[in-house]
Design a protein around this ligand. Structure first.
Ligand code: ADP
Ligand code: MG
Length: 685
């Protein structure tokens, strides 16, 4: 038996089983050894039946007195009920839809069970539903791993197979360097595997888990940091060390905030060094990221390079284009636009101008990085709303040139400590200050209750909208759905649009599945003030800038994440008028009220993001997929933050001594990194 053998060499694993294991990505015995349990059950102590407690999973043993034949054929089909007793009492064991189990039990014989007792709704009798069981004496006790399964493989089978390959755990060679293990107090891989699959006690299991979590984070951080070192290596484009960007800054109609100035200085240092820039620019909506981006692009152009900026939606890209083209034209800089929905002939013309360096700056959707776009001399790439761009797009970008300066901008606030580890490959700049003179947006949450029904609240809200419109302002109304849905109980944009059209004159509907020209036409009309109320889905979430719009109404606000609500709210309050945000809650729950209160009380995106994290749980916000990072098997970004920072520090130390992981003692480690990231470790730019 060898780690590299196929699992089919195991007794009882034929082609069919192998296929099932394949679904779990288990092909070799090594894969099997490295399979991480989902969770563990503590089955060490046996409890007497009288001591079984509702809700507390436990092992108990007793004689099957009676198999109660099922006369009841309800929705769940056949029910098998056993009466099990020991010296202290008796308890019901119930299996639904499992009459085949009848033959598994012989009345008068002893069995052991593990399950969570509950009370029957009807009779209030203590029951244990679907316990794990075995003949007394055959029942495995201890801390038992629960593995991820797939159809065709059972827990018991998985445990049996792990037991059969147990000697192999010691054959996996240690891949962490000894210094790392010393410095971070890690147990070796063999010990970790033994105690992951067959934990001797809680302490040893803890040590094993710590080692494996640390291990996984270390590999992740090594990959991210190595990529950063590489892209940051010599041979990056270095712009001239001068203050040309000042010309542009002085031409602005406002002075930069201190935070903007700091970010500009950080970016300037990157651009003027040999090291390619790889920077994340974070800033709340309206904090002035675009101005910072313009300054960077201006510097690139004055140095004889082209700059490209891409946005996640066509509307946003166009808006950037309109604004930037005007500001840059005054400086003799030529700006072009490119998107997938353009006519072929128009596109061709733009492509030619880019290739011939007749355009200095290109703004557009992800079309700007697609094949066929050849730049004459690209020196800077900026992406807006980074979280919408996946790894694939980042890789495409990379192919546009070696060591290009890259800046990604995001309005999704992530606390700095977390950003540093999540974006291990990026430097982070934060604009944590809004331009002066902004009026705080007044936010009110409308929760239907005894006094005011949802309908009354809605009337009040639209009366307010009416007054704002009469005063010359405009409003957004956002709904979670485009059309009515049977499955989801929420108001749709279409329904709201129809209602509002009865009361108001100039109302328009905007949603993601409309044709591009249609969307553009509507957005333009709204920006020109020809439309009073824009009813929309979240397509307006990012970027749209209409300073005269002062009211944001969000219907079924409980269906949006807090960070998303914060983004939506950022669409108003962009001009000199006092602005308002109304969050209409459809479902009056405690959670909805809490979330509403947070939005009423705070306008700080970072704070809101943290609260969102607490309320919604980490998975939704820090899922690795969303951030384009490889999947972790055992480590969890949000739960194991402290391990993550430790692993990051260790990764930094390792790379300080061996930046490319070329030393002999680091070869096994490097293999693990390439396993995780792919051959060229090109997760990032
Ligand atoms: P973001 O992209 O971060 O959401 P923008 O760059 O669109 O923010 O800026 C929002 C508005 O604030 C724009 O109208 C911009 O002209 C203006 N602005 C940016 N920086 C400043 C500043 N330092 N002082 C005053 N206004 C500013
Ligand atoms: Mg922006």
């Amino acid at each position: 038996m060898n780690l590299h053998d196929s699992i089919t060499t195991l007794k009882g694993v034929g082609p069919k089983k192998a296929e099932a294991f394949g679904r779990l990505d288990i092909h070799t015995l090594r894969d099997l050894a490295l399979t991480v349990p989902r969770s563990y059950e503590d089955r060490r102590d046996t409890v007497s039946i009288e001591n079984l407690k509702e809700g507390e999973a436990a092992v108990f043993q007793g004689m099957v007195d009676r198999i109660v034949p099922s006369r009841f054929r309800g929705r769940r089909g056949q029910v098998l009920k056993l009466l099990v007793s020991d010296d202290t009492g008796s308890v019901e064991v119930v299996f639904f839809n499992a009459s085949y189990l009848k033959r598994a039990f012989t009345p008068g014989k002893e069995y052991a069970f593990y399950g969570r007792p509950s009370r029957s709704n009807r009779t209030r009798v203590l029951q244990v539903i679907h316990p794990d069981f075995a003949k007394a004496g055959d029942f495995e006790q201890g801390i038992v791993p629960i593995y991820p399964l797939t159809k065709g493989i059972t827990q018991r089978e998985m445990r049996r197979i792990q037991a059969s390959i147990r000697p192999l755990y010691d054959e996996l060679e240690e891949y962490l360097p000894p210094q790392t293990m010393d410095r971070s107090n890690l147990c070796d891989i063999g010990y970790a595997l033994h105690n992951m699959h067959f934990p001797e006690d809680g302490q040893k299991l803890k040590e094993a888990k710590y080692r494996l979590i640390f291990d996984e984070f270390l590999i992740l951080e090594l990959g991210l940091l190595a990529a950063k070192n590489r892209t940051g290596g010599a041979g990056g484009i270095a712009f001239a060390k001068n203050d040309w960007e000042q010309e542009y800054i002085e031409s602005l109609t406002y002075t930069l905030t201190t935070a903007q100035q700091r970010c500009v200085a950080e970016i300037k240092a990157d651009l003027e060094s040999q090291r390619a820039m790889n920077r994340l620019l974070q800033g709340d909506v309206g904090s002035g990221k675009t101005a910072v981006a313009e300054i960077a692009m201006y510097k690139a152009v004055r140095n004889g390079y082209q700059a490209v900026m891409m946005a996640p939606t066509e509307i946003l890209a166009r808006q950037h284009y309109e604004g930037i083209r005007k500001s840059f034209a005054a400086h003799g800089i030529k700006t072009g636009f490119l998107s997938g929905s353009m006519k072929v002939s128009e596109k061709r013309q733009v492509l030619e101008r880019i290739a011939g360096h007749d355009l200095d700056v290109l703004i557009g959707t992800h079309a700007v990085i697609q094949e066929g776009v050849e730049f004459a001399n690209l020196g800077l790439v900026i992406t807006d709303e980074q979280h919408r761009f996946g790894v694939n797009q980042r890789v495409l970008l990379k192919n546009k040139g070696k060591n290009i300066n890259v800046m990604v901008m995001t309005a999704t606030p992530i606390p700095r400590t977390l950003a540093v580890v999540l974006y291990g490959d990026l430097d982070v700049s934060i604009i944590d200050e809004l331009p002066p003179g902004r009026k705080e947006i007044i936010t009110r949450c409308a929760v239907p209750g005894k006094q005011n029904s949802a309908e009354v609240l809605r009337q009040k809200c639209y009366d307010f909208v009416d007054r704002q419109i009469k005063a010359g302002r405009q409003a957004y109304v956002v709904a979670p759905l485009i059309d009515d849905s049977e499955a989801i109980d929420a108001r749709s944009a279409t329904e709201i649009y129809e209602e509002l059209s009865v009361r108001f004159e100039k109302v328009a509907l905007l949603h993601g599945s409309m044709k591009q020209e249609e969307k553009d036409r509507i957005m333009e009309a709204f920006a020109e003030g020809k439309i009073d109320i824009l009813v929309a889905t979240v397509v307006i979430e990012v970027g749209i800038n209409v300073p005269n719009a002062t009211v944001m109404v969000v219907e079924n606000a409980e269906r949006f994440g807090l960070a998303q609500l914060h983004q939506l709210r950022g669409r108003v309050g962009r001009g000199q008028h006092q602005s308002y945000c109304f969050l209409m809650i459809g479902n009056n729950t405690e959670l909805a009220r809490k979330r509403g209160k947070i939005m009423e009380d705070s306008s700080d995106g970072f704070y809101i993001a943290e609260e969102d994290l607490k309320l919604r749980g980490p998975g939704e916000i820090f899922g690795t997929r969303q951030h384009g990072l490889p999947d972790m098997k055992i480590a969890d970004m949000s739960r194991h933050m402290d391990v993550l920072s430790g692993a990051r520090n260790e990764a930094v130390r390792i790379l300080e001594q061996d930046p490319e992981l070329t030393k002999d003692e680091n070869q096994k480690l490097k293999e693990r990194v390439t396993d995780l990231f792919g051959e060229d470790m090109t997760l990032t730019l």
